[in-house]
Design a protein around this ligand. Structure first.
Ligand SMILES: Cc1cc2nc3c(=O)[nH]c(=O)nc-3n(C[C@H](O)[C@H](O)[C@H](O)COP(=O)(O)OP(=O)(O)OC[C@H]3O[C@@H](n4cnc5c(N)ncnc54)[C@H](O)[C@@H]3O)c2cc1C
Length: 414
């Protein structure tokens, strides 16, 4: 039988997970990544139990957990350092079947890419869908155009049985296959991310909410610190000097370890991205032989820490469908049917929390602090409810590695 072929546009977390999953099923894979190198980006990523269980199905869960730090203790604080709430890790594990773990993004990407055959990932290879093809017609494969002029001259088109568009939030594939669909809209805040060497003084992982802004600090497995911040500002802004100076102006007076992290930060390595969220759900996650996944289909705010987790889920569900459904057309229909309602709900919940972080007026901020402190005291599990039906998700037909986070979800997946 002819080996089935898949082209993945975009070598981010979602694209590489899909590539590994299909490669394990015997597909011939080509990943086309626009950037000159796979994500060298200095940032961390939190992976909840749903994403870890998905990674378990492709045999990568244990390796990811080995290079990640479980979030055992976390605190919610005010800018002056007053503790409003403490994360109860035992409750997280009980409720979702495992802790959230934090990994370095570049290490996660390298781990996934390392599970593909030599030469499967082509960097410096921007691409677009030229023809989505027709899954019901063997004579109509999908066609992908390489956008580098030198490449186009050599190979005008690549063809494949399946194309996976994992080209991120500004997906050109989404725009071409769903013309007229609204672009992701600004969520009202911008974000910064940075990684600094280990700190001299001990600190507890924390997320601190102030007027119109959030700061989070968390340790990586080698002691380095991943920090992130958000602020409610107009879109498109850039610091007049550099982004570390901007962070110093906004957060330099907040409690330790924020000033120490800022003192250690390399101004050139601070990432800044406006946060955008899907303006409206797409009508489907596929067109022809092209399946979209991750931020290309459901961009969301980072407040639930689920954008990457949902991209991983997409990849695993897609691979499961193409392996178990009778035809590719049926598999892609089922993929859209399963993923759209779920990811639409995650986008909605994440945005709702994001809105709370943009509150700026003093009375509103005080009210929010009081509500958080009260919830932490009298209904500690309430804060975890935002992840019910999300972090307890289980992959379809999955096999679980030993040590995988819990086998039985406390709540049915939606
Ligand atoms: C501040 C912040 C914090 C976050 N924290 C978390 C978290 O803790 N946990 C979590 O799960 N999620 C988090 N997210 C969300 C997460 O980063 C994204 O949801 C995730 O990276 C999406 O993965 P993806 O593979 O869909 O897209 P991406 O990671 O964006 O990858 C897309 C890839 O496609 C490539 N590409 C684009 N166009 C082309 C083209 N034409 N040809 C070839 N290649 C192309 C890009 O170069 C890129 O490598 C956070 C986001 C932000 C902004």
């Amino acid at each position: 039988m002819r080996q089935r072929t898949a082209i993945v546009i975009g070598g981010g977390i979602g694209g590489l997970t899909a590539a590994v999953a299909l490669h394990r099923q015997g597909w011939e894979i080509t990943v086309l990544e626009r950037a000159a190198a796979l994500e060298p980006v200095g940032a961390g990523i939190a992976l909840a139990a749903n994403a870890q269980r998905a990674l378990d199905t492709i045999g990568a869960g244990d390796a990811v957990r080995a290079m990640a730090v479980p979030q055992i203790r976390g605190e919610l604080r005010t800018p002056r350092g007053r503790r409003l709430a403490r994360t109860d890790n035992a409750a997280v594990v009980r409720r979702f079947g495992g802790p959230v773990v934090v990994a370095h993004r570049a290490e996660l990407i390298a781990l996934l890419a390392g599970r593909l055959p030599e030469g499967a990932v082509r960097t410096g290879a921007p691409a677009e869908v030229a023809d989505p093809g027709d899954p019901a017609r063997p004579d109509r494969p999908a066609r992908v155009r390489l956008l580098d002029p030198a490449e186009t001259a050599r190979t005008p088109h690549l063809t494949a049985d399946l194309v996976i568009a994992a080209d991120g939030i500004h997906s050109a594939t989404r725009r071409s296959l769903f013309p007229g669909h609204p672009e992701p809209r600004y969520a009202g805040f911008t974000s910064w991310r940075l990684v600094v060497p280990a700190l001299r003084r001990p600190y507890a992982a924390h997320e601190t909410w102030g007027p119109g802004g959030v700061w989070g600090s968390v340790a990586l497995h080698d002691g380095r610190v991943y920090a992130y911040a958000t602020a409610a500002v107009p879109p498109g802004g850039r610091a007049p000097d550099d982004e570390r100076s901007e962070l110093l102006r906004r957060f330099g007076g907040w409690h330790q370890p924020v000033p120490e992290i800022l003192a250690a930060a390399d101004p050139a390595a601070v990432l800044r991205n406006d946060v955008r969220t899907a303006a409206r759900p797409l009508p489907a996650c596929h067109r022809g032989r092209v399946a979209l996944l991750g931020d290309a289909v459901h961009p969301m705010t980072p407040n639930l820490g689920q954008g990457g987790c949902q991209a991983i889920e997409d990849a695993i569900v897609l691979a499961h469908r193409v392996a178990s459904d009778r035809t590719l057309a049926a598999a892609l229909d089922a993929y859209s049917r399963e993923r759209l309602p779920r990811t639409t709900e995650v986008v909605r919940r994440s945005e709702r929390i994001g809105r709370l972080t943009t509150w700026r007026s003093a009375p509103a901020v005080l009210l929010r602090q009081a509500a958080v402190a009260c919830t932490a005291r009298f209904a500690p599990d309430l804060a975890l409810r935002s992840l019910d039906g999300i972090a307890d998700w289980r992959p379809p037909g999955g096999t679980y590695a030993s040590g995988a986070p819990g086998a039985r979800p406390a709540h049915p997946a939606r």
